[in-house]
Design a protein around this ligand. Sequence first.
Ligand code: SF4
Ligand code: SF4
Length: 346
Amino acid sequence: MKQSVTLSSKVDTAKSTLGATLARLTARVHSRRSLRTRSRKQWVILSGKGGTGKTTVTAALAHLAAREHQLVLADADVDAANLELLLSPTVVEEHEYVDGKVAAIDPQLCTGCGECAEVCRFGAIVAEGLNYRVDPTACGGCAACRYHCPAKAISMVDSPTGRWFRSETKLGPLFHARLYAGQESSGRLVTQVKQNARLLATEVGADLLLIDGPPGIGCPVIAATSGANLAILVAEPSVSGVHDLERILSTTRHFGVPAVVCVNKADINPAQTAQVKALCATQQVPLVGAIPFDTTVVEAMVHRQPVTQYRSSPAAVALQALWRDLEPWLEAETEQGPDRHAGRHV
Ligand code: SF4
Ligand code: SF4
C-alpha cells in the first residue's frame, strides 16, 4: 500500500514537472512568435545630393512617429551630422573611431636617409631640413616605408578619424558621429553608427530605426541603405534634382530596397515637380508626399525643433499627410509595403 502511494506521488510530481516544462516551452514559442510578428523596421531617408531637406523630413517623421512608436534614430551623415541640431540631444556616450593605421617616425632613431620619402607613393613623408615626418592625412597606411626604413624608425600607429556618440533625445536614442577635419568620408564609420543603433533597437524592441542618410550615392549611402526595409527619397523640383532622384532610385533598386518619393518645395517649380511625378510613374515608385515651400521650416530650424511642432504650418500639414501614408509600411508584413499602390499618390 505504502509502495503504491509513493509511486502515485512520484507520478504526480513527474506530471507536474512535465506540465511546468510544457508551460515554459509554450510561453517561449509564443514569445518567439510575437517577436517574429512584431513589426520592427529600418527606414532610411535619402536624397541624391545635400540641401534637399532630408534632415527636415527625418526630424518631422521622427517627431510624428514617436507619438505612438518606440524609435531609435541614427544620423548617418557623418560628414555633416545635423539631425542633432534639430533634436537637441544630450550625449551619454562618446567614443573615438579608429579607422586603420598610419606611419609614424621616431625622430630618435631616424638617420635622415630619405628612403621612406622615395618609397612613399602617397607623398606622405615630408622632409623638414634633415628631419622627416609623416603627414597622417596623406598616409594611406600601406606600411611600405616601414619595411624599407634601414633604421627601423617607423612604426604603424592607430589612426583616429572621428568620434561617435550615443545621445538621448525627447524622441528616442540618437546615434551620430563626427569625422575629424581633413578625413575622407567613411562608409565604415556610417556602418559603425548604424550597427550600434541596430543593436540598441533590437535590444529595446524598438518599432522603428529611422536613419538620416548621407547625400549622394557613394559608399556612405550604400552603408546607410543596406538592410533597410524602406528608403524615403526626398527630391528637389529642379533639372538636377530629377537627375539626382534617378541616380538614387537606381541605387536603392540595385540593393533591393523598396523606395517611395516625396518632393520638397514642390510648389516652387511645378514643371519639374511634374517631371518627378512622371519619373515615379515610369519607374513604378509611389510618390507619397509634396511639401510646399514654407518659411516656417527655417523658423523651426532656428528654434532647433522639428517643423511639425508648428502644427498648422503648410509644411507640417504636408508632413503629417506623408506620415499617414507611411505609417502602414510600419505594420506591413512584406518588404513590398502594405500594398504596392497604397499611399496618397500626389
Ligand atoms: S627611411 Fe627611416 S631612417 Fe631613413 S629618413 Fe625615413 S624614417 Fe628616417
Ligand atoms: S605607410 Fe605608406 S602611405 Fe603611409 S607614409 Fe608609409 S609609405 Fe607612405
